[in-house]
Design a protein around this ligand. Structure first.
Ligand SMILES: [Zn+2]
Length: 491
C-alpha cells in the first residue's frame, strides 16, 4: 500500500478535495539530542521554516519528544513548493541565520515537552533520551552551525521520513533529501524502583508516569489512559472551580512498552488539592476500575475517531512510525473488542503499572502521594557509600558558615567522581558523563547520564583545580559547553 517519492515513504489519503494537506514526519525528536546540543531539533526546524515562511499558504513546523514534522495546506502547486523547499533546507541548513534565530528561540514562550513530563522522564532516564528535555544544555546561542548540520545530516534522510498527503498529489515533487542510512535510536536504560515512588520540585501541579504494555487489539492501555485523564480533569474542575491544563505525553520504548505521563497544572494555592486529585485518580481506578459511565465515554470517543479518520491509513502510518523507530508493531485494533472492554480490565492494566509508577507534586502537594503509599525519592539515584579514592573537602571558610557545604565531600577515583551531600552519595563515572557545563561564575558542573549533577571547582573544594584538570583529561571535549547567555539573563 505504501508508495514512495525519491525514497520518501508516501501515504496518500484519497479525499475528494481540490486542495492539498501534507504532513512530512521524521522519526527524530528531542529525545535524540545530546546534553550539549539540547534544542538542536527545534533550532533546525526554525531555520528550515524561515526558508518557506513567505509562501502564501498555511504552514507549520513542530518538534516533540519523538518526531519532527512539517505541515502545510493549500493549492497543490504551493504545497509542492513548500515540500521541496523544506527538503532542500534540511539537506543544506541555512546555518548563517543561526545567531538571529537563537534570540527568537530563547524568546519563544513554549516547550517541546511540558516541564512536568520532562521532569518525570528525567527521573526515569536521567540526562539521556527523553530526560534531556528537563535540561537547558548550552542553549540556542551555544549551538554551532556544524552541530546543526551534523544533526540534519544524520536524521533528516529520505529513509527516515514519512509523507502523508490528503487531496491531489503536487506535480514535480523533488524531496531532495540526502539518501543516508537510517540511524537507530539510542537505547537508554531506565531507572526502576521497589514500589511506587514520587518526587517533588517547584513546578506547580501534579503528574504521574505510568509504564503500560503496548496496545492489544482491544486497546485497553489507551482506554485506561483516556479514563484516567478524564477522571483527573473531572476532579480538578471541582478544585476551586477553575479550569486547568490537563494533558498527556508519551514515549515508546524498544521493548514495546510505552511511558505515559499525565499532568495537571495547579493554580496558586491548589497544589495539594491537585496532587490529591491525580494520586487519588490513579490509585482508585487501579483498585476499582472506572464507572460504567466513564468507560462508555472513552469508548464513544474511540468510535468517534473511527468514524472521522481514514482508519486504514492511520494504521499504516502507525505501522511505518514503529518501523522507523525500530519498535515492535502493535496488534491491529479490533473495534468489537474495544467496545467489549470491561471496567475490571482497565483496573487490571493500571494495577499492573502501579508498582513502577512515578508521581510528581510540588512541595506543597507531596502528601497527596505519600498518604496513598508512595515513597518520596530524590530526582537522581543517590545511594551507597563514598568509594575509596582521593578526597576533597570544602575550604575551611565555607565549612564554617554553611552546614550544607560542611558536609560535602568529593572523591576522585580511577573511574569517576562521587560526591556526598545532604541527600546521599552521587556518582558519575567518567565514561557516563552526559555533559560538563562551564558556568559564567567560573563553576564547572558535571552532569551524569544517570541524572546526578554536581559542581566541581577550585573555590568549592580545596585543591579542586585538580578535579577539573582530571575531567578535562577524561571527558570528550565535545561534551563540554558554556552556559547560555539567556539562562544567565533569567538568573
Ligand atoms: Zn545524584
Amino acid at each position: 500500500m505504501t508508495q514512495s517519492v525519491n525514497g520518501v515513504r508516501l501515504l496518500h489519503h484519497r479525499e475528494p478535495q481540490t486542495f492539498t494537506d501534507v504532513t512530512l514526519t521524521f522519526a527524530v525528536g528531542a529525545r535524540d539530542e545530546t546534553l550539549p546540543t539540547v534544542g538542536v531539533a527545534h533550532a533546525l526546524e526554525h531555520l528550515v521554516m524561515s526558508t518557506v515562511r513567505r509562501l502564501p499558504i498555511k504552514l507549520d513546523g513542530q518538534v516533540d519528544t519523538m518526531t519532527t514534522s512539517f505541515m502545510a495546506s493549500g493549492s497543490p502547486a504551493r504545497v509542492g513548493e513548500f515540500l521541496n523547499g523544506v527538503c532542500a533546507a534540511l539537506a543544506v541548513p541555512p546555518v548563517s541565520r543561526l545567531p538571529l534565530e537563537a534570540g527568537v528561540l530563547a524568546a519563544e514562550d513554549g516547550w517541546v515537552t511540558h516541564p512536568m513530563a520532562a521532569l518525570l522522564y528525567y527521573v526515569r532516564y536521567g540526562a539521556r533520551g527523553p530526560g534531556l528535555a528537563w535540561l537547558d544544555g548550552g542553549g540556542p546561542d551555544g549551538l554551532t552551525g556544524d552541530q546543526v548540520k551534523a544533526f540534519a545530516h544524520k536524521w533528516f534522510t529520505a529513509d527516515n521520513a514519512v509523507l502523508q498527503i490528503t487531496g491531489p498529489v503536487p506535480d514535480g515533487l523533488e524531496l531532495a533529501l540526502p539518501a543516508g542510512v537510517r540511524p537507530s535510536h539510542d537505547r537508554y536504560t531506565a531507572r526502576s524502583f521497589d514500589g511506587p515512588v514520587a518526587v517533588e520540585y517547584g513546578v506547580p501541579g501534579a503528574a504521574v508516569l505510568l509504564t503500560l504494555p503496548d496496545g492489544d487489539s482491544a486497546r485497553t492501555p489507551y482506554l485506561a489512559i483516556d479514563v484516567l485523564q478524564q477522571r483527573i480533569e473531572e476532579s480538578c474542575r471541582h478544585v476551586g472551580g477553575h479550569s486547568y491544563v490537563v494533558d498527556s505525553d508519551f514515549v515508546h520504548q524498544p521493548d514495546g512498552t510505552t511511558d505515559w505521563v499525565l499532568y495537571a497544572e495547579a493554580r496558586e494555592g491548589t497544589d495539594d488539592a491537585v496532587a490529591r486529585a491525580v494520586a487519588g485518580a490513579v490509585t482508585d481506578l487501579a483498585e476499582k476500575g472506572p464507572t460504567d459511565e466513564e468507560l462508555a465515554l472513552a469508548i464513544a470517543r474511540f468510535d468517534e475517531e473511527l468514524a472521522t479518520t481514514d482508519v486504514e491509513l492511520r494504521a499504516e502510518f502507525a505501522r511505518l512510525r514503529r518501523e522507523l523507530f525500530d519498535e515492535p508493531q502493535s496488534a491491529p485494533v479490533v473495534p468489537e473488542q474495544v467496545r467489549a472492554v470491561r471496567p475490571a480490565q482497565i483496573a487490571a492494566v493500571l494495577r499492573a503499572a502501579l508498582p513502577s509508577a512515578i508521581g510528581y507534586a510540588s512541595e506543597a502537594g507531596s502528601n497527596g502521594w505519600t498518604d496513598l503509599g508512595f515513597s518520596m525519592v530524590p530526582l537522581c539515584p543517590v545511594g551507597g557509600e563514598l568509594p575509596a579514592g582521593q578526597v576533597f573537602r570544602p575550604p575551611l571558610g565555607t565549612r564554617a558558615f554553611s552546614r550544607e557545604a560542611r558536609s560535602m565531600t568529593l572523591v576522585l577515583t580511577q573511574d569517576g567522581l562521587a560526591v556526598r551531600d545532604d541527600e546521599g552519595v552521587h556518582s558519575i563515572p567518567f565514561d557516563a558523563v552526559a555533559g560538563v557545563l562551564r558556568a559564567h561564575d567560573g563553576t564547572t558542573v558535571v552532569f551524569g547520564a544517570n541524572g546526578c549533577v554536581f559542581p566541581v571547582s577550585a573555590d568549592l573544594y580545596r585543591g579542586g583545580a585538580k578535579v577539573v584538570a582530571e575531567l578535562t583529561r577524561r571527558v570528550d571535549p565535545a561534551l563540554w559547553y558554556d552556559e547560555s547567555k539567556f539562562t544567565a539573563e533569567e538568573d
